[in-house]
Design a protein around this ligand. Structure first.
Ligand code: NDP
Length: 330
């Protein structure tokens, strides 16, 4: 069996040299564990943070050891009550062909209810991040004008549509290519969208939202966050979800206009999706319902060809090559 190790810590943007594909024995399982043959795995922006040394909300990956991340696979041996051979489970020991998973860290998924990849995207962690981050963290309410960055990605594509379906006055998105902008407006029903590479974000946002914005869902940080602070109305709310523009640089951008938050009485609130499990059932019910009714659409960018292509898929995602959730099939 094979797994992907961290070969070295990246300086700035990761390269293929930071990863090693290593041959290891298929793991043996102890009491209360499952042996899972992985079928599809997720590559996520937060993994870039774990490649750095240092203290964070989640421990760093170790050089010379396997990476990990969310994956869905099939149980091929079970030493745990409640799990049978053939069950499909979601767990956090991806980046390897076979995983020995504690039953407590595995959740069954229903392959008949949705394609397996959806459990890592629109109906999984990124979907919950979008749903809970908008409704709970930003206290979204009907009639709000909402701006989301990274809008054509796994989280962003759901944020904009939940806002639209829950009665936003206007939904605006930014993304890094014209094709993504087209996807947002023509397929997902955003009211306006722009390519942030076309010119200053502040100018483009002011055009797209002439009356300002009430909510900003921040996936990007830096210039986007500054532009949003400028555009926010009194008592505006910001979900600080991620700041991907700073993940691959050793000189992260500051936010120079934070002082405006005082007079505007803004709320800027950080979030981690792990705190928002209490909304999972409601999220799955509502979003799965919208998908079934054809009201909410999503894309996935699937890299086929197994674990050897996982580093390439991860780097591609950081470069914006994905639309919707970036996945790797094994
Ligand atoms: P995406 O599917 O959105 O993929 C990442 C995207 O980021 C790329 O496709 C690219 O799109 C965009 N991007 C890359 N570099 C830049 C840049 N310099 N400026 C602007 N955009 C850039 O990933 P996710 O939806 O999985 O994650 C989105 C954000 O949400 C990330 O910041 C992530 O860390 C965060 N997150 C936070 C969670 C939490 O609990 N707080 C949970 C899950 C995700 P483009 O072509 O538009 O540039």
């Amino acid at each position: 069996a094979r797994e992907v190790h961290l070969a070295s810590r990246p300086e700035g943007f990761p390269t293929g040299d930071n990863f090693d594909l290593v041959e290891v024995p298929v793991p043996t399982i102890g009491d209360g564990q499952l042996l899972v043959r992985n079928i599809v795995m997720s590559v996520d922006p937060y993994m870039r943070g774990r490649m750095n040394e240092g203290k964070s909300y989640i421990p760093p990956f170790e050089v010379g050891q396997a990476l990990s991340g969310e994956a869905v696979g099939e149980v091929v041996a079970s030493n745990a009550p409640g799990f049978a051979v053939g069950d499909k489970v979601r767990h956090f020991l991806g980046w390897r062909e076979y995983s020995a998973v504690d039953a407590a860290g595995a959740a069954k998924v229903d392959p008949d209810a949705a394609p397996l990849g959806a459990y890592l995207g629109v109906l999984g962690m990124p979907g919950l991040t979008a749903y809970a981050g908008l409704l709970e963290i930003a206290s979204f309410k009907e009639g709000d004008t909402v701006f989301v960055s990274g809008a054509a990605g796994a989280v962003g594509q759901v944020v904009g549509q939940v806002a639209r379906l829950r009665g936003a006055k206007r939904v605006i998105g930014s993304a890094g290519s014209d094709a993504k902008v087209k996807y947002l407006v023509e397929e997902l029903g955003f009211d306006a969208a722009f390519n942030y590479k076309d010119g200053p974000v502040g100018e483009q946002l002011a055009k797209a939202a002439p009356d300002g914005i009430d909510v900003y869902f921040d996936n990007v940080g830096g210039e986007h966050l500054e532009a949003a602070i400028d555009a926010l109305t009194l008592f505006g709310r910001v979900t600080l979800c991620g700041s991907i523009s700073n993940y691959n640089t050793t000189t992260p951008a500051g936010v120079r206009n934070l002082g405006l938050a005082v007079g505007k009485r803004l709320t800027l609130r950080g979030m981690l999706v792990f705190d928002l499990e209490h909304l999972r059932d409601q999220f799955v019910r509502e979003v799965a319902g919208w998908i079934a009714e054809g009201k909410l659409r999503y894309r996935e960018t699937v890299t086929e060809g197994g674990l050897d292509r996982a580093p390439e898929a991860f780097i591609g995602m950081l470069n914006g090559e994905n639309t919707g959730k970036a996945l790797v099939t094994l």
